[in-house]
Design a protein around this ligand. Structure first.
Ligand code: ADP
Length: 399
């Protein structure tokens, strides 16, 4: 073998190794690039999973904190999950149990079954009597969910949402009752006015004496309607202002004097006496003078109206630490215990006939309660049947 051939072979081999090296290097670089791409993909996937996990944790936290009770049920009506409000409502965690373990109302279970059978959303109103009476608007929605599925695939489930509408229903009932009460209170004097007008235009047209008598009754009825409307207007005005705390310094002593002067005639007519006992140096209270006048007027007027003839009405005022305590006591028929919690409701009367005969609207104590609410004041009523009543109010002193 010639040395030239040998050298050629060697150079050839070196060239081949060099070419191979270059090729390998290129392949290695490509491989590195692909690994890098794969690593980037994995990092992106990890980020996406992390984001999804974060999102799902946020959604879970949100669902958990929602005040609306939520139940997720499978097709056998077993609870797959329930949020804190649902656990609170059912009184225990129903996860793993049938929904019927928590709620036995047939209408409720039928609504859920109907949603499962038809695959369409269903709605019903549910009344729960215990522990306190509450009304719920129940919405049952069929959805696909991976909750309760081992392989993460989506299965048909039911979402049961229970919206507490107790307050809405109460407000609605209150509105209906209120309109009915106002209409009733206005209709009676109005019917009497219409009747007397017809009589005056007809049978009593020429009867002077009857005319005088009827006009006096008509005036009384018109006054009653006027008082009712004035009380309704002041109640709605007080409600409008109820959340703004009034802070003008008010002297209750001078108000008591003014109300006493206003009621003296009425008291004398009933052979009654008004006695004021006001502590020396009584502090001012923070409030709205006109409204506090209305409070004292309503309470002192009631004491004169419902006190027995020949007795006295005593009004005392004294400091009680940081507050001023006022008590208005009468010696009247008193109020039976069962009526006490309802006395401040609009139109609530113990004896409706007596209240009307005395010119009452049934709104006086409701007005007192709302004014005291606005003033951060308190009202307590103490009464003994056959002995009399004491209405106590307490208001924050201004210094
Ligand atoms: P009214 O205009 O009927 O007096 P109120 O709201 O002032 O309305 O009072 C509600 C009801 O509370 C009255 O109808 C009456 O039955 C009862 N009441 C209020 N004050 C007294 C009192 N001092 N003594 C006995 N009953 C009272």
């Amino acid at each position: 073998m010639s040395s030239g051939f040998f050298l050629g072979l060697v150079f050839g081999a070196i060239a081949a190794v060099l070419v191979l090296g270059v090729v390998m290097r290129q392949r290695f670089t490509r491989l590195q690039t692909r690994i890098q791409v794969l690593e980037d993909d994995i990092a992106r996937e990890r980020d996406a999973v992390k984001r999804a996990e974060d999102k799902s944790a946020a959604a879970n936290a949100l669902i958990e904190k929602l005040p609306t009770p939520l139940f997720l049920l499978n097709d056998e009506l077993t609870v797959l999950s329930n949020n804190a409000a649902a656990i609170d409502l059912a009184g225990r965690n129903l996860a793993g149990n049938g929904i019927a373990f928590g709620f036995r109302q047939p209408g409720f279970l039928q609504t859920i079954e109907a949603a499962m059978e038809t695959g369409t959303g269903q709605r019903m109103q549910l009344e729960l009597p215990v522990p306190i009476e509450r009304s719920f608007l129940v919405q049952v929605e069929p959805i696909l969910s991976s909750a309760g599925s081992d392989r993460g695939n989506q299965i048909p489930t039911l979402l049961v949402m229970m919206l507490d509408v107790t307050q809405v229903m109460r407000t609605e009932q209150f509105r209906v009752d209120f309109v009915a009460n106002v209409s009733h209170e206005l209709r009676t004097p109005l019917a009497s006015l219409i009747g007397f007008i017809e009589t005056l235009l007809g049978p009593a047209k020429d009867d002077q004496e009857a005319q005088q008598r009827f006009l006096a009754i008509m005036q009384e009825q018109a006054d009653r309607m006027y008082r009712l409307i004035a009380d309704l207007l002041s109640l709605s005005q007080i409600e409008l202002d109820e959340h703004s705390l009034p802070d003008e310094p008010v002297d209750l002593r001078s108000i008591a004097g003014e109300v006493e002067a206003l009621l003296t005639m009425k008291a004398v007519e009933r052979d009654m006496r008004l006695v004021l006992e006001i502590e020396e140096g009584l502090p001012m209270v923070r409030g709205d003078r006109d409204q506090l006048t209305q409070v004292l007027q309503n309470l002192m007027d009631n004491a004169v109206k419902y006190g027995n003839p020949g007795t006295e009405v005593r009004v005392t005022m004294k400091r009680d630490e940081t507050r001023v305590a006022v008590a208005i006591s009468d010696q009247g028929a008193g109020i039976a215990r069962e009526h006490l919690p309802r006395l401040t409701e609009r139109f609530y009367r113990v004896d409706a006939a007596r209240s009307r005969a005395m010119g009452g609207t049934g709104l006086g104590l409701a007005i007192v309660k709302h004014i005291l609410n606005r003033h951060r004041g308190k009202l307590t009523i103490q009464s003994e049947v056959g002995e009399g009543s004491t209405f106590r109010i307490s208001l924050p002193a201004s210094n």
